[in-house]
Structure formats: structure tokens, C-alpha cells
Design a protein around this ligand. Sequence first.
Ligand SMILES: CCCC/C=C/CC(=O)SCCNC(=O)CCNC(=O)[C@H](O)C(C)(C)COP(=O)(O)OP(=O)(O)OC[C@H]1O[C@@H](n2cnc3c(N)ncnc32)[C@H](O)[C@@H]1OP(=O)(O)O
Length: 325
Amino acid sequence: MLPTMMFVIDTAGLVLRLFLLLPIYRIKVNFLDFVRYAKMMNITRQLRPSLAKALMPTAMRAMSADSKLVELTMNEKTGIATVTMNRPPVNSLNLELLQGLLKAFEGLEDDRKCRGMILTSSSPTVFSAGLDIMEMYKPKPDRVKEFWTTLQDVWLALYGSSFPTVAAINGHSPAGGCLLSLCCEYRIMCPNYSIGLNETKLGIVAPKWFMSSMLGAIPYREAELALTSGRMFSTDEALKIGLIDEVASDKADAIAKSEKFLSQFAKIHPIARKLTKLNLRHSALEWMQENKELDLNIFISFVGQPIVQKSLEKYLEGLKAKQAK
Ligand SMILES: CCCC/C=C/CC(=O)SCCNC(=O)CCNC(=O)[C@H](O)C(C)(C)COP(=O)(O)OP(=O)(O)OC[C@H]1O[C@@H](n2cnc3c(N)ncnc32)[C@H](O)[C@@H]1OP(=O)(O)O
């Protein structure tokens, strides 16, 4: 009788707490989340550790991301997924790579087993070279629209993910590469690489949401100086200003440190964590949801300017000339 009464009181308290929170945070919590939370609070607490352990599968599962450009694996034991960008030579973000990333992030959002995600690269020296400049240079109208809309959706999915995220930055990470890492809650970077939003160096302007992502990581003054000058930071400099959180000796170390960061959330109520994250990110996410069309139009008209095309052309020539040396 007593355990049943305790269970009823516990569950009623849980429902009350949850529904008191919702109007404050104005965030949709679905039924599955609630069941997950209830399970964690009431059921797993009662499971004997040995039984809980026996129920856990231990295999590493490769999940289909339907694209060779993005590899997705899930550690069945920890629930930690690893998303690896795989578009040699530099993981420049073209439409297809963005579509692969979006599919992976959306799939993880629907995966009840996902407890966290590590974003990394298969390249030995580049995390991501940012947006593929060829998507913006002399663009085809339909494709460039789809390209930008997919980038917006990738940002919404990653910045607004309900699972915790870490960027294991195992190489250079300029512009859009830096943006992807800034969407994650934690950044771990290998030594002697560079990271930053260098758009002004290309003669282009980082959109508002690129900037707000950076402002989520570093103080306003640092961001203003970095953004206006298009400054790229070395790993050590990035650590000093808080653009990254930790330095790892190599990729394996970055992954191990990422797993350690994510494992701390096993002890935190998942819905409390999720609501806290999404409430902190709410205004930036809401702005994007309400202004996708406006942002797309600004981008399309911006890349259509002859002066912007000239800047991109010059920048591309510079990259090629560097190769030729
Ligand atoms: C208009 C509104 C705002 C739009 C916002 C845009 C944000 C962006 O993300 S713009 C992109 C900015 N990206 C960069 O500035 C990075 C440029 N790349 C590099 O600095 C270097 O490539 C690297 C440090 C990432 C890697 O250096 P590494 O020596 O290993 O490789 P490279 O020889 O330079 O490059 C190999 C190959 O890849 C091509 N490439 C490099 N980056 C891009 C890119 N972002 N888009 C398209 N192509 C890129 C480079 O030209 C080489 O090509 P070839 O082998 O054909 O010569």
C-alpha cells in the first residue's frame, strides 16, 4: 500500500512540476519526453544496478544517414552518437553535405536512445572549411535557395537539439565550420589549428544568427573585435577567450573528452537539462523560425551583388594560388 501511495504522490508531483514549468519556458515537451522523465525518476531508480546493466546492449551501431558524406554511429551502451563529416578534402558545406547533416540530426532527435552527440570530421587536418564557396559563386537560383534553407534548418536542428552536443574539432574550422561548432554546447579542439568567423576577410557579412551563435560563447567585446576583423584564432588563443572549452592532444583524446563531458548528463534530469538549454537559446531560435524567409531573401540579394561575386572570385583565386605554390 505504502509503495503504491508513494508512487502516486511522486508521479503527481512530477506532473505538477512539469506542467508548472511549461508556461514559463513556452517550450513543447512531447509525451515521449514525459514518459522518459517519468521512467528515469520512478522506474530506473527502482531497478537493481545489476539488472539495469544486464538490460543494456553494448554494441556500437552504425546508423544509416543515407549519405556517405555523413557517418553516424551510435554507442548502444552510452547512447552517445558520433556524427562524422566526410566530404574530402576539406568538408566544405555544400547542399548535399548539409542535407546529410540535417538528416542525421533529425534522426537523432527522434531516437529515444540518444543521450548526446559528438560532431567531428574524417579529415586529418580540417574540421570543416565552412560553406562551399562554389554554392555562392555564380549560383543557380533554385539550388542556392535550397542550399541556404538547408543551412538554416541545420542550424535550427543543431542549435536547438534537445540532446547535448559536443564538437570534437580535429582540424581547421573557419566560418561555417566554426558556426557548426558554436551550435554545440561544448567545444574540444586539437592543437595548432585555426577557428573563427572570418567572413569579413572574404568581403562578406556573417548573418545575424552566425553572430549570435558566437555571442553565446564569448563576450560581446571579444566577438565585436573578432567579427569585424574576421580574425581566426589558434587553438591556444581560442581557449583563452572561451571560443573553445578544452584542448585535446589528438582526435582520439578529443572524442574521449567529449564522451566524458556528455557522461555528466546521466545524473541530470533530461527534461530539466533540455528546458534549460532551449530556454537559454530560445530568442535566437525563435528569431530564426519567424524570419527564415526574410533571412533567405537577404542572403539571395546579398550574393547577387556584383561586388560580392567579385570578392568571392578573388578569394577563390587566392585559395587556388595557395595550392599552386
Ligand atoms: C554571403 C552571406 C554570408 C555567407 C556566409 C559564409 C560563411 C562561410 O562559411 S564562407 C567560407 C569561408 N571559408 C574559408 O574561408 C575557408 C577557406 N579554406 C581554407 O582556409 C583552407 O582550405 C583550409 C584552412 C580550410 C584547409 O587548408 P588546406 O591547405 O588543407 O586545403 P586547401 O589547399 O586550402 O584546399 C583544398 C581544396 O579545397 C578548396 N576549398 C577550401 N575551402 C573551400 C571552401 N570553403 N569552399 C570551396 N572550396 C574550398 C580549395 O580551393 C582547394 O581546392 P582545389 O584542390 O580545387 O584547388
